[in-house]
Design a protein around this ligand. Structure first.
Ligand code: SAH
Ligand code: SF4
Length: 360
């Protein structure tokens, strides 16, 4: 059978809602330019059918860039001494969240490096204050903590947790995230699910040492985990890290991965990531057209955001939160879509709310 025929067959299986095999995914990921156009169109159709035309804007607050982790790819790693470190006070975080909610964000994402300066009790207090004062859902993205800590944050009112597995290959994982294992990361994802969080995960596309097989493994792992959100972004070499001289991930490969994740997880929330925008000025718009339905405008105060330097050239460094929000709205409109006004919960909560089974 010709390569084109193999591709067409795999695409047809996807279009008919059949479960894609490892081989199918491998063929689809290897698409040439013409083929990828039909893959993107299918992903866009599936996105429209399962999650509709609305795009959810999640206001991202990067509240601390201190990190005890030493991930080889990340500019926040503890061995990067060239970075000016900052922590926002609970009052500053609240103020940023108010600003984001006033602008229209119905979800606040609280992200930081691995920073134990904030105890789970401190964060729980902040979360319950935020939930009490503002009409928002809250996503936490602060990396590895104990089960008890996750539980405390959930009880305080956190709705979602974002913990990317980054790569599905155990050896690559431990090489890139020294002192940690994929098994432990996955155990944490399982805890978060058990605790009732809407769980998000994801990978980095184009990591040094990542093969096509590993990338297919990432997509299969996202399906196996049944995540409700998946962040898919390119590797961007960061100054001051051991990987600073490696090439960045490839935009087309990122978009193909995103499109395939839309096919295997039709009801998931998939952001058009900031890293994709950093790689290419059209990156986010293109992502919206091949499966994405979320944008995370940066709501970190202008004075801090330049130091949340996970990778260089990050989009919107000099902007005020209002500008970042307005740009996201414009992007949604230019894609012919509309900004959602609801919380944009994961599909399990959406289903439960529809059938009135009492999950809020
Ligand atoms: N410390 C937390 C959350 C902050 S890091 C954690 O590690 O879970 C947020 C995300 O930034 C990570 O999940 C990773 O996918 C991404 N990231 C870090 N360095 C990157 C790089 N050089 N290129 C692309 N994405 C990167
Ligand atoms: Fe720290 Fe997260 Fe960056 Fe790793 S990816 S160095 S844990 S901020």
């Amino acid at each position: 059978m010709s390569v084109r025929k193999v591709f067409a067959d795999a695409l047809e299986r996807a279009a008919n809602g059949r479960e894609l095999s490892r081989e199918d995914l491998q063929v689809l990921l290897g698409a040439d330019e013409q083929e990828s156009t039909s893959l993107f169109e299918l992903a866009d159709e599936v996105r429209s059918r399962f999650v509709g035309e609305e795009v959810h804007l999640r206001g991202l607050i990067e509240f601390s860039n201190y990190c005890t982790g030493n991930c080889l790819y990340c500019g926040l790693r503890k061995n990067n001494r060239s970075l000016v470190r900052y922590r926002m006070s609970p009052e500053e975080i609240m103020e940023s969240a108010r600003r984001a909610a006033d602008l229209g964000c119905r979800t606040i994402v609280l992200q930081s490096g691995e920073d134990r300066y904030y105890t789970a009790e401190d964060l729980a207090e902040l979360i319950s204050r935020m939930k009490g004062e503002l009409d928002v859902a809250i996503t936490i993205s602060i990396g590895d903590r104990t089960r008890t800590e996750y539980e405390l944050l959930k009880e305080a009112g956190a709705d979602r947790y974002l913990l990317k597995f980054e790569t599905s290959d155990p050896r690559l994982f431990s090489a890139l995230r020294p002192g940690t294992t994929l098994e432990e990361r996955l155990k944490r994802i399982a805890w978060l699910k058990e605790l009732g969080y809407q769980v998000g995960s994801g990978n980095i596309v184009g990591l040094p040492g990542q093969s096509l097989e590993i990338l297919v493994g990432d997509i299969l792992l996202l399906r196996r985990l049944g995540v409700e959100m998946a962040g898919i972004g390119p590797f961007i070499p960061a100054d001051g890290t051991p990987l600073e001289r490696f090439p960045p991930g490839d935009l087309e490969q990122v978009l193909m991965t995103l499109a395939l994740v839309r096919l295997v997880l039709p009801r998931a929330h998939l952001p058009a990531t900031t890293a994709t925008a950093t790689l290419d000025s059209q990156g986010r718009l293109r992502a919206l057209k091949c499966g994405a339905n979320v944008i995370m405008p940066n709501m970190t105060p202008q004075s801090y955001r330049e130091n949340y330097r996970i990778y260089p050239g990050k989009l919107g460094i000099g902007e005020m939160p209002e500008e970042s929000y307005a740009k996201a709205v414009k992007m949604v409109e230019s894609a012919g879509r509309r900004v959602s006004r609801d919380y944009g919960h994961g599909y399990r909560v959406r289903e439960a709310l529809k059938t009135g089974s009492g999950i809020s």
